[in-house]
Design a protein around this ligand. Structure first.
Ligand code: PEP
Ligand code: MG
Length: 755
């Protein structure tokens, strides 16, 4: 056997020439296997390509019977080749026939070959096929030969990925790379979107695979690694890592990987085998990912994501590739794929081009989902593996109703969805027809249906939905999309615009609710162990009164001669309300001193989100003009279940007895104190839970604009008093047999209420 140390470079150079020649695909593949066999002094070299039906088909061979090409087939997991594909691991055998997985394919004539080396053909961690060399003599291939064959496999991966092999694929069959995939996730926001994939963290596509000079590539790698390490150390040394959205633990893991000598050594080896620095990063990333993707342990899978992110950062360092395809290059029907995303990042995308959002993590009341809901785009969460399976530009269908995601859908699925979209449009039409119908229950209770908003783009929904007004205006969204703190004049102009567009309908502005998971990049907060329980919302505003006073001044000025309704988030003690009232008073005095017009009427309210307020209800209601329940936070804090963590947020039911009893106590206190009451959390927007709220006695609810139609359709058929009776009996029952959700569902079905 010839020494191969110089071999891989010569081979790769020759392959590069072959890739550039104007050959038909079969001819190119035939020449490639011939070249590999000759260079590696192997009697056989074969390429198996994975088809969408899970079969590995022989696409080219040097040494085996040529008649077997496009005939020999093995299923995933079957034979040596299928084992390599299924495990994404090489097999290096001196006596192939002795391996338990060996399967004899008579048409190939391979029985005379004893030694066998097969490697997976990988791209972005996905297995696209298997590359094999065989020798008659019994021998074990050296580590550097394994490495060389893996490197060569990348060239073939490139050929498969560019779609070149489609031309020699049997009619009616498809390659796995273009396979249709359906992923079952959770529907976080309803709606159907047909469009094309945009990866939120796009992968760098390495096209420059083969190096001219290994030493200079090793230097480039070392430099890029150096900058990467510095940037991670920098991030870690900042006291506010949490405000950057990158949790300390993740950064610590990044650092661990970035200094890992094994990783660096494997990349350097790949460079010495002929790859450019970026191709070496991609190769090792792909190998590692392919192996880790098979892990089931969620902790280790999470670490795989961290490793993947880090390798992507390194690729970006090396290629200067900056990232997102926001703006002109973005398709007009984009479905964004992300592992996780902050609300502000979603707001960076142009709304008119968004057709959906796919998250691998997320939870139904996390802020990015709330923002997506406000924007009216379907969301599927918990879509495990979606990011790895998708390529930028792939066709996709997102089904937020059923929590499904269809990647590269076949034409039948596409047709079925086009039909579903038509049906939905018809249903929307019916809801639209309800726009001017008064939201009055069958037994004559007028329910005020308000919508939630936070951006100018939300405002056209007000007349379109027929909402009675804006029950929650999340002012922090404007702060989250700005790159610097909005100045007094900007805030005033913004609120003025909102008031003008609302055209006389009431708007409840909520004072800044930042902190927790609502990150404002230019506002440096301290690192916190538990941000949801930390320095946020009204707590932060009271400690930074300048921030709050500016907002109060802007709101007062924008509401001159009109009614101003405003409320405070995350109130924990009644004393906080006094403190804000004092500030408000000062602002009013300041404005009148300088001759500004003041609001005609000022309505001052509090959000009920912190359970401690449950034992201050009467004092609270004596102090405010209205109370609005923030059920997202009240539920999270009552159940001690992080609203952004799907593992716990869905564990308890909002329609379970404990939470409904909490809400009933609030309604009773509001009746006792004659305090107007509303609820503006996500539960108000689901017809079944909105029905429960009316049953509990709520007469005002605020929700995403798209929910107004379905909730109105529900309440038009509802006898509220009858439901109240049934619900009260269920909540007072000390030995309940039936979950309340089931009881409510049954009540709706028996009374023909659409929920
Ligand atoms: C809530 O907590 O229910 C709420 C409406 O506020 P946000 O979702 O903005 O925290
Ligand atoms: Mg809240």
């Amino acid at each position: 056997m010839r020494d191969l140390s110089a071999g891989p470079r010569v081979l790769l150079r020759r392959l590069r020439e072959l890739m550039a020649e104007p050959l038909d695909p079969q001819e190119r593949l035939d020449r490639i296997v011939r070249q590999i066999a000759s260079n590696m002094v192997a009697e056989v070299c074969s390429v198996y390509v994975l088809r969408s039906d899970g079969v590995l088909e022989l696409y080219a061979t040097e040494g085996l019977n040529p008649e077997a090409v496009h005939l020999s087939q093995l299923k995933m997991g079957q034979g040596l080749v299928g084992t390599i594909a299924a495990s994404a691991q090489p097999l290096n055998l001196s006596d192939a026939q002795a391996h338990p997985a060996f399967r004899y394919l008579p048409e190939t004539g391979e029985e005379i070959y004893h030694s066998f080396l097969g490697v997976p053909i990988l791209r972005a961690g996905r297995t696209l096929g298997v590359l094999v060399v065989q020798n008659k003599a019994s021998r074990t291939y050296r580590e550097d030969e394994v490495e060389a064959l893996e490197t060569t496999a990348m060239v073939i991966a490139e050929m498969i990925a560019t779609g070149e092999l489609k031309k020699i694929t049997k009619p009616g069959l498809e390659l796995d790379l273009t396979r249709a995939v359906t992923i079952e996730g959770d529907g976080y926001n309803e709606g159907i979107g047909l469009g094309h994939v945009i990866l939120h963290e796009p992968r760098v596509v390495v096209t420059n695979l083969l190096n001219e000079d290994a030493e200079s590539e090793v230097r480039r790698l070392a430099e890029a690694l150096g900058s990467l390490r510095i940037s991670i150390d920098d991030m870690l040394s900042r006291r506010d890592v949490a405000t950057e959205g990158e949790h300390r633990e993740v950064l610590e893991t990044y650092r661990m990987f970035a200094y890992d000598q094994g990783w660096v050594r494997r990349m350097e080896e790949a460079i010495h085998n002929g790859l450019t620095a970026e191709a070496a990063v991609e190769k090792v990333q792909s190998d590692t990912k392919a192996r880790m993707m098979r892990l089931t342990d969620p902790y280790l899978r999470e670490r795989m994501h961290d490793f993947d992110d880090l390798a992507n950062r390194l690729l970006r360092q090396l290629t200067g590739f900056s990232g997102r395809s926001i703006g002109e290059g973005m398709p007009v029907d984009a479905i964004i794929f992300a592992r996780a995303m902050g609300a502000a990042e979603l707001l960076d995308y142009p709304r008119e081009r968004l057709r959906g959002l796919v998250l691998e993590d997320g939870a139904v009341t996390s802020h990015v989902v709330i923002v997506a809901r406000a924007m009216g785009i379907p969301v599927v969460g918990q879509a495990v593996g979606a990011v790895a399976l998708a390529e930028n530009g792939d066709a996709a269908i997102i089904d937020g109703d059923d929590g499904q995601l269809h990647l590269r859908p076949v034409s039948d699925v596409l047709k079925a969805y086009e039909e579903k979209v038509r049906l939905r449009a018809r249903r929307q039409e019916q809801f639209r027809a309800l726009r001017d119908v008064d939201p009055v229950t069958k037994d004559g209770k007028r329910i005020s249906l308000m919508m939630n908003a936070g951006l100018i783009v939300d405002l056209p929904h007000l007349p379109e939905s027929g909402a009675d007004g804006i029950g929650l205006f999340r002012t922090e969204l404007q702060f989250m999309i700005a790159s610097t703190m909005p100045k007094l004049e900007e805030q005033e102009a913004f609120y003025r615009n909102v008031i003008r567009q609302a055209d006389g309908l009431p708007i409840t502005f909520r004072a800044l609710d930042i902190g927790g998971d609502k990150v404002v990049s230019y506002f440096r907060a301290h690192e916190e162990e538990n941000p949801a329980l930390g320095w946020r919302a009204i707590r932060l505003s009271l400690d930074r009164p300048g921030l709050l006073r500016t907002q109060l001044r802007a709101l007062l000025r924008a509401s001159a001669d009109a009614e101003l309704r405003m409320m405070l988030p995350m109130v924990t003690e009644v004393a906080e309300i006094h403190a804000v009232r004092d500030l408000l008073q000062k602002e009013v005095q300041h404005l009148s001193k300088f001759g500004h017009s003041l609001p005609r009427k000022l309505q001052f309210g509090a959000m009920l989100e912190v359970p401690a307020l449950m034992w201050q209800l009467d004092e609270l209601m004596a102090e405010v003009d209205f109370v609005s329940v923030g059920s997202n936070d009240l539920f999270q804090f009552s159940m001690a279940a992080d609203r952004g963590n799907a593992r716990v947020s869905d564990r308890f039911d909002m329609l379970g007895r404990p939470f409904l009893r909490i809400l009933r106590d609030i309604v009773r206190a509001a009746e006792r104190n004659k305090t107007p009451l509303t609820l503006c959390g996500e539960m108000a927007g689901k017809p079944l839970s909105a029905m429960a709220l009316i049953g509990l006695g709520f007469r005002s609810v605020s929700m995403a604009p798209t929910s107004i139609g379905p909730v109105k359709a529900m309440l038009l058929s509802l006898d509220a008093d009858r439901l109240t009776e049934t619900l009260n009996a269920a909540l007072d029952d000390r030995q309940p047999r039936e979950p309340v959700r089931e009881l409510l569902t049954r009540f709706a079905a028996e009374n023909g209420i659409p929920v």
